[in-house]
Design a protein around this ligand. Structure first.
Ligand SMILES: C[S@@+](CC[C@H](N)C(=O)[O-])C[C@H]1O[C@@H](n2cnc3c(N)ncnc32)[C@H](O)[C@@H]1O
Length: 500
């Protein structure tokens, strides 16, 4: 049985950060006559701040959790101008038929738990949205609740800017509103929150019923903050800034927001005729279903190997590459084969992890519900592995006819002559700029890797990069390290090709 705490269920993470609250309230440009809506009140941080500026402000609050409603009543029941409603903002029908607001401010729940019945109802109400992500639903509903020219400011994860699943909310924002400003910063700026999968965004927008008003709008994006206090002074020199046009975003593939001040990067992403998927297959790798049982480490010094058994050297199979029936498993004692796992190591990873590949084990992988015997035609092929999660920069290493696990995207060029060029490219800062603009989170799933724009050098340069990258791989094999100057030379050649 899954036990969900109240905090998790309602995603009750309150905005206890003065710079964030001040920035958001500032963005509302409040007027005395404004009717304001707070769709998920919590303990009333935003309401308190608004009332401290104007104790007569008209504010309607919705809150689903009765404990929070009690707190809100204690704080605000003396204000005749504040209305508190215990209800579900996403389903409350009366809300939609009652009034429209001049201003809306919120820190909605992110990924709040919805039971299956509610999910079904939400799917009917919001057919174009990814209903598992609650903040997107709040954003949509609140845009609907704004008056023409009404302003909304929301603090949310930045995943709505790029993920395929949020195409629906992007189109809604881009055609129903004018974005006034977007700020992007690490989730760690928010007290007691630090989710690895995304950063936070504060989006401020104005409702517009006329689509061409929306198309013709451009707005500033501020990013690369060092401290949360910088939110109160966006002119500080080390904050990056770029201007995006809604028309351009709508024309981008997937209507994704590509945040970069580098026009060459943007051009490459939008205009490139060739992408990685045109010359290579990009696939996710294998999972045993129970790594504790089947995965063994070379020895106890292997990083993160505490939970795993050590492989017995006599049980390692050395000729697995020559076996045509390898996908059926190996008979006999020598049935452990090397597997390439995640971890950001460039060019070539040491052989430190081994998978049980006995006939019985393989039968288990093919039939067990938890196991993923996916994309098996790429197992034991010569390719490149890019870890699904990269700490800072994207990295790549060779998969030399080995098995690769699901924390890796395997890249298999249709023509082998591109292998070393791609290996160099995926380790370059050029590629890093492209992938982080296409998807700013630390994740590199196959679907995004496929979309990276590709430029192929002339034959001579291709040969030169291939030879130099081969040298680096040989150095790693022989010495365990490689010549960084040689690497910079390759990177410069790739930079010249792309212009960044
Ligand atoms: C992330 S907290 C933010 C609270 C407050 N706005 C703040 O910034 O501190 C989200 C709040 O939304 C409430 N909530 C969650 N789902 C809701 C729903 N469907 N309708 C109304 N409120 C909801 C939670 O109980 C929680 O208090």
């Amino acid at each position: 049985m899954v036990i969900i705490t109240e905090t998790k269920k309602f995603q009750a993470f309150y905005t206890k950060s003065t710079p964030i609250v001040d920035y958001m309230i500032g963005k509302l440009s409040l007027k005395k006559s404004d009717r304001i809506f707070e769709p998920c009140g919590g303990d009333g941080v935003f309401v308190e701040s608004i009332l401290s500026e104007n104790y007569e402000a008209y504010i309607d609050i919705c809150e689903i959790n009765s404990l929070s409603v009690t707190i809100l009543n204690q704080k605000f029941s003396n204000y005749p101008n504040v209305t508190i409603r215990e209800s579900d903002t996403l389903l409350d029908v009366e809300l939609v038929f009652s009034r429209r607001y001049e201003k809306i401010i919120a820190n909605p729940p992110y990924g709040a738990w919805q039971d299956y019945e509610k999910r079904k109802t939400l799917k009917k109400l919001y057919p174009d949205l990814y209903v598992k992500e609650s903040y997107v639903l709040f954003l949509y509903r609140c845009i609907e609740l704004l008056k023409e020219d009404g302003i909304l400011t929301f603090i949310v994860p930045d995943t709505f800017l790029n993920l395929h699943s949020h195409n629906g909310i992007r189109k809604h924002i881009l055609t129903q509103t004018q974005i006034l400003e977007l700020v992007l910063f690490p989730s760690g700026f928010f007290p007691n929150v630090n989710f690895g999968y995304a950063n936070l965004a504060i989006i401020t927008l104005r409702k517009k019923n006329n689509v061409s008003d929306c198309y013709n709008n451009s707005f500033n994006v501020f990013y690369n903050f060092s401290t949360v206090e910088q939110l109160t002074n966006l002119n500080e020199s080390n904050i990056n800034q770029c201007v995006l046009s809604q028309k351009d975003i709508l024309e981008n593939s997937d209507s994704a927001f590509f945040v970069t001040e580098n026009m060459d990067v943007l051009q490459a992403i939008n205009k490139s005729r060739l992408r990685i998927e045109d010359i290579a297959n990009c696939v996710t790798g294998f999972y045993s279903g129970d790594d504790k049982q089947f995965l063994h480490a070379i020895d106890a010094n292997t990083k993160n190997s505490k939970k795993y058994k050590g492989v017995i050297p006599e049980m390692i199979c050395c000729d697995y590459k020559n076996r045509t029936d390898i996908l059926d498993g190996i008979d006999g004692k020598q049935c452990f084969i090397p597997i390439v796992k995640g971890g950001n190591i460039r060019y070539l990873k040491p052989e430190i992890w081994f998978m049980n590949w006995s006939k019985e084990a393989v039968q288990h992988y093919k039939t067990n519900k938890k196991a993923r015997f996916q994309n098996s035609k790429y197992y034991f092929k010569y390719g490149i592995g890019v870890p699904m999660i990269s700490a800072s920069n994207i990295t790549a290493s060779l998969i030399e006819n080995k098995l690769f696990d699901q924390s890796i995207v395997g890249i298999f060029p249709k023509d082998e002559k591109f292998i070393h060029y791609l290996l160099a490219f995926f380790n370059s800062s050029t590629c890093n700029k492209l992938i982080r603009t296409i998807n700013p989170s630390a994740n590199n799933p196959a679907n995004y890797i496929k979309k990276i724009p590709l430029r192929i050098p002339d034959e001579q340069t291709l040969k030169q990069i291939t030879i130099m990258t081969r040298n680096i791989v040989s150095q790693v094999k022989k010495l365990g390290y490689y010549d960084k100057e040689e690497e910079s030379k390759i990177q410069n050649m790739i930079q010249e090709l792309y212009g960044f």
